[in-house]
Design a protein around this ligand. Structure first.
Ligand SMILES: C[S@@+](CC[C@H](N)C(=O)[O-])C[C@H]1O[C@@H](n2cnc3c(N)ncnc32)[C@H](O)[C@@H]1O
Length: 318
């Protein structure tokens, strides 16, 4: 994917990329919904490749990994991705589940679709079908798939359109539906709404929650995770930053059509470690969120807890 991205970006003047990245970033931050697609022209599509694709790929990939950990026997062969952009979810799914054979990617913007098609030609083993389509048209021609993904799209839709889309995507899900959003309070609220809707439709919560009870977090707190992303030289130039990495904050919900065993507790914040102790903020299988203090006296549990990171699920016995 990186090689393909570099090839597509070769020859784009860095100053143009920098300007287009700044416009894109402003539009995303302000969640502007003015009827225009953020990726409406070729330069915006290239700016997305340079500055957003590495981060959305990392967030989707980590979300899929959390779902795969809970569903070791799930091996999807088909993918449906809506609002596909340059195919970020396709790359993440193919990396997570090597049995993937075919993918349908629906995307409204011709500019980002062209870029995604060029990039996807680097991906062997998966037959990829790109479709021009607007979500508002109801995805009438879409076929059901084992895995359905919707990444960083709900924030571009009205709440009513988002609700309709989730219900359509759930109808098209044979196995697992994964919805990813920016890790902001607003992104969390959209994921909570999707979660409630899916549970009401009979879905089993796979991740990140350890349970299907109402979310125990109360605003101004919100649930989110972070994926570390290495920034290429071009990424740094486009963003005008010096730091060789960034942390992409994200939130997701993975829901299965089939029952799943009760989840393990999940770490909801960076663990706080001090000599001989680890404090973990956890989402617990009983539907609560609480802080657990694990000390050296807890023996093996302490050794396991010291290796845990934000977003990890606890091993048995921790
Ligand atoms: C932020 S990008 C996310 C792209 C990709 N899923 C990712 O995670 O990198 C949102 C994508 O959804 C597409 N999109 C937004 N509104 C849409 C609509 N109403 N119908 C179809 N695609 C839409 C945009 O063109 C854009 O490519």
């Amino acid at each position: 994917m990186r090689i393909g991205v570099e090839r597509i970006l070769d020859g784009v003047p860095p100053a143009d990329l920098h300007r287009a990245s700044a416009v894109l970033s402003t539009r995303y931050r302000a969640e502007i919904r003015d009827g225009r697609l953020h990726l409406g022209d070729d330069l915006a599509a290239r700016a997305y490749l340079a500055t957003r694709l590495p981060a959305t790929f990392a967030a989707i990939r980590t979300s899929l990994a959390a779902a795969a950990e809970r569903l070791p026997d799930f091996a999807p062969t088909s993918l449906l991705d809506v609002g596909a952009g340059p195919g970020s979810a396709l790359w993440a799914a193919a990396d997570c589940w090597p049995d993937l054979k075919e993918a349908t990617l629906i995307e409204a913007s011709p500019s980002i679709r062209r870029v995604g098609e060029a990039l996807g030609s680097e991906l062997a083993n998966v037959a990829v079908g790109w479709r021009a389509g607007r979500i508002e048209d109801g995805l009438a021609d879409a076929e059901a798939a084992d895995l359905v993904t919707l990444a960083y799209v709900l924030d571009e839709l009205s709440p009513a359109a988002g609700e309709q889309l989730i219900s359509r995507l759930w109808a098209l899900t044979r196995g697992l539906l994964v919805v990813v959003e920016p890790g902001t309070p607003a992104g969390w609220r959209r994921i909570l709404a999707a979660r409630d809707q899916l549970i009401a439709s009979g879905a089993a919560v796979v991740a990140p929650c350890a349970h299907a009870s109402p979310c125990p977090l109360v605003a101004p707190d919100w649930c989110h995770f972070a994926a570390r992303v290495a920034r290429s030289r071009r990424h740094r130039l486009a963003k005008g930053g010096e730091v060789p990495w960034e942390d992409e904050k994200y939130i997701f919900i993975a829901a299965s059509r089939h029952p799943v065993p009760v989840g393990a507790a999940r770490v909801l914040a960076p663990p706080r470690t001090a000599s001989g102790r680890v404090a973990l903020k956890l989402c617990e299988p009983d539907g609560t969120a609480r802080e657990r203090l694990i000390t050296r006296r807890d023996g093996d549990a302490f050794r396991r807890a010291r290796r845990l990171d934000w977003g990890d699920a606890l091993d048995e016995g921790t």
